[in-house]
Design a protein around this ligand. Sequence first.
Ligand SMILES: Nc1ncnc2c1ncn2[C@@H]1O[C@H](COP(=O)(O)OP(=O)(O)OP(=O)(O)O)[C@@H](O)[C@H]1O
Length: 479
Amino acid sequence: MLETGTTWGFTGTTMTSLMFFWAMYKQIFPYHLQVYIERYVYKLMGWVSSSVHIKFNEYSEEGLEKSEAYDSIHNYLSTKSTALAKRLKANKSRNSRSLVLSLDDHEEVEDVFEGVKVKWSSSVSENENLNQSSMNRHKVYVERRYMTLSFHSRHREMITKTYLDHVLREGKEIGLKKRERKLYTNKSSNEWCSWRLGGKWSNVSFDHPATFETLAMDPEKKEEIKKDLVKFSKGKDYYRKVGKPWKRGYLLYGPPGTGKSTMISAMANFLGYDVYDLELTTVADNSELKKLMLDTKGKSIVVIEDIDCSLDLTGQRKIKKEQDKDVEDEEEKKKQSKVTLSGLLNAIDGLWSACSGEKIIVFTTNFVDNLDPALIRRGRMDSHIEMSYCRFEAFKVLAKNYLGIESHDDLYGEIKRLVEEVNMSPADVAENLMPKSDEEDAEVCLKRLVKSLEEEKKLAEKEEKKEVRKKKKKAEERH
Ligand SMILES: Nc1ncnc2c1ncn2[C@@H]1O[C@H](COP(=O)(O)OP(=O)(O)OP(=O)(O)O)[C@@H](O)[C@H]1O
């Protein structure tokens, strides 16, 4: 009993003394001297120890750029830490649905690779910085995080060559899976002067709920597109083998409200890609377009919506417009985009397109016949997808999404007949199916759709008759 008390007393005294000396050391020795002392202590330890240590800083020496390697290591260790570490940090990013657990500061975790045990430790140090922006310059202390990898020196070769590669690759993969996806839009030309400050693209987090499950279209066509996307996303080696840049072009065409934009969101969600929404009318010229494209990252979909309206790609309309304009419109003319068809082709197909990983390019249009064939030829727009009016299979998806039903004894037969006869867009069908109040049940919504389809049918018949009469009249006039 007495012995235990003595041991506790001794331990307590030792701890108090150590803490006292540590506090004295921190207070008495100036910061730069502490750095020297620590450097020599490390050297001394290096002579007596057989361990090798590799340090990975969170930020570059200048403190501006976040280290990709640190992020990858952090991601790689997050799964191991959850299982093995005693102290974890819990974070929740703005749009993530669950907590992200990671190694806490000053905590260690072990990893075993090819039978070799290594140790990772996370540390944080305080660095002295001069606050330049302040009126009266003063010293501030900034926290610098770093991870240290320790292992026995006899495994140096294997760890530095194989293990680190494995950690960085796996960590990058994990990071891509859990990253918050972004929707980018290009900044307008008058914001270009601030490119260096904020980049060429502004972004918000991408949180569109559309998926292939909620997309109303022919199921066979849907499956085909999904397979095509999977093949593309896993095709790194294939593209390299055939000597093609890892990119694929999709042309989505069809009447308004048939789901072209919805399809892009479903594609992005399916692959976990970012979306770059490129507004061509605000791009000054071909060279700016190329720079914008060069600034896009891999695993992304670059979208140009309504490509036929975005630019005068043939140049003919532009000439006409210029003739019509008078001098007062001179300023307006200067602001017009000077991107040409060849500039656009170069930007999507030129040498740059092999940079920064896999990329999908999507053009959408309501008028496919208006497009220059060079723009949509296979190899450039590899897959042409027609988004069509709502037929019965597509209707069933919408009814399930909006009303939670899979069938209706009385009305499904009638709706099937009508949707095959009437050209109504999925957007219009969806609008009819959406309950307008809590009192409206599935039957009310289905009946509204039937009524709307019948009205549309009558209107179409009337139009058709008018058209026939017109043609007849023209034929009579010719005779
Ligand atoms: N195929 C579809 N599946 C599910 N919802 C659809 C579909 N088509 C349209 N919608 C609904 O209609 C709305 C408008 O569709 P969307 O913007 O995708 O059409 P679009 O073809 O891009 O139209 P536009 O040519 O006018 O840009 C969507 O928000 C969605 O709710």
